[in-house]
Each structure stands twice: as structure tokens, then as C-alpha cells.
Unconditional design. Structure first.
Length: 204
């Protein structure tokens, strides 16, 4: 799929409707065990398009509000495959799905939604897409962090430690506002912790 064709499809995308159990809604609530009520908290919606399958996506924007990329999942053979849209400049953007004085800064979508579902309505959510992007934008996050009183970095406990290193890079840059949270078990992300029923034990 060419970049121009994909952008054209995005213009015809539609918001995921919790009343209509779309593939995205099923993936988030059934496969990832995140409560469906999470959709009501999102100020920037998750989107879907249909083109030779289902694409679920969210937009990455920079400090000027310009769309610099799209993180999307293609629904194939019963699973979502994570990809970035062609031409995506993910290292200059994040997806602010909910803005509050207390912000969650997560690597990926599922991690962020898992933590938001646990912490509740007093918290906002900014999603970077992955550990690589969290690390790359650590020096340019001031526009996300400047209005926040607290920022909770939700990093994955990857076997290769990428999530931990990315989280630490943000913490080092903004030590007065940020706290870093990493699951106890190597190989887990916060969605794994949620599904194991261990959020209360591990998020402290």
C-alpha cells in the first residue's frame, strides 16, 4: 500500500464505537482484557479503516499539533500485526489520547490503556508507540510534560532491557516530574501484569 493511498484511507476512517464490537474493540477487551469503559476516557479516538482487512490506528503528533505519523495494526488471520504508516516520523511525535494534570507516558498502546484502566479518570495518557520511540523523543518531551504535575513512565520489562533504558532516559531528563514504573517479571509489560491480576501489587 502506498503512502498516498494509506493517507486517503485514513481520511475515510471512523472512530471505534464501543457499542459496536469491532475487531479493535474485541482485541482490546477480549484478547488484552482491558475494560471496554476505557474507550469513554479517550479524548483522541482510536480509528479503524477497512481495506483488504481491518486496520486499527492512532495518530502521532508533534509539539505543533502536526500529524507526523500513524501507528496502525493490520488485522490478519485473527491477530493484529503492529506497523507504522509509510513516511511516519514517529521519533518526533506522540499520541496524546487523554490530557490531564497527571500523565501516564507509555511505550505502547496496550501498556498505556492497561495502566489508565487501573489508575482511572484523574490521569491522562500519552503513547509513544514503542521503546525505541520513547528513547528517541526523551530529549524533546517538554511540550508533553510542561503542563503536567506528575508523569508516570510505564515501561516494559523487556528481556533486552530496551524498555527500562528508554524509561530511564526520560527520567534522567525530567527527574523532578517523572517516576518510572517497570513490571517485576522480566518479559512482562503492564498489560501482562493487568491480565495476571497483579496491578495493585506491582504498581507502587
Amino acid at each position: 500500500m502506498t503512502s498516498n493511498h494509506f493517507q486517503e484511507l485514513i481520511q475515510n476512517s471512523f472512530k471505534v464505537d464501543p457499542e459496536n464490537e469491532s475487531p479493535t474493540f474485541h482485541y482490546i477487551t477480549k484478547e488484552r482484557s482491558i475494560p471496554g469503559s476505557i474507550f469513554q476516557l479517550l479524548e483522541a479516538p482510536l480509528l479503524e479503516i477497512e481495506h483488504e482487512g481491518i486496520y486499527s490506528m492512532y495518530e502521532l503528533r508533534n509539539k505543533n499539533g502536526d500529524k507526523v505519523g500513524v501507528n496502525y495494526r493490520q488485522f490478519k488471520a485473527g491477530v493484529f500485526e503492529k506497523r507504522y504508516g509509510q513516511g511516519s516520523k514517529k521519533s518526533s511525535g506522540v499520541a496524546i489520547l487523554r490530557k490531564k494534570e497527571k500523565m501516564i507516558l507509555s511505550e505502547g498502546l496496550e501498556t498505556g490503556l492497561s495502566v489508565l484502566s487501573y489508575l482511572g479518570t484523574d490521569y491522562g495518557l500519552a503513547v509513544c508507540g514503542d521503546a525505541d520511540n520513547l528513547y528517541k523523543i526523551s530529549t524533546s518531551l517538554s511540550w508533553v510534560i510542561k503542563d503536567a504535575s506528575q508523569v508516570y513512565i510505564a515501561a516494559d520489562n523487556d528481556i533486552n532491557s530496551h524498555g527500562l533504558m528508554a524509561g530511564r532516559s526520560v527520567l534522567h531528563k525530567y527527574p523532578n516530574k517523572c517516576q518510572l514504573f517497570v513490571p517485576e517479571q522480566t518479559g512482562d509489560d503492564w498489560n501482562d501484569v493487568l491480565k495476571k491480576g497483579r496491578m495493585k501489587k506491582e504498581w507502587y
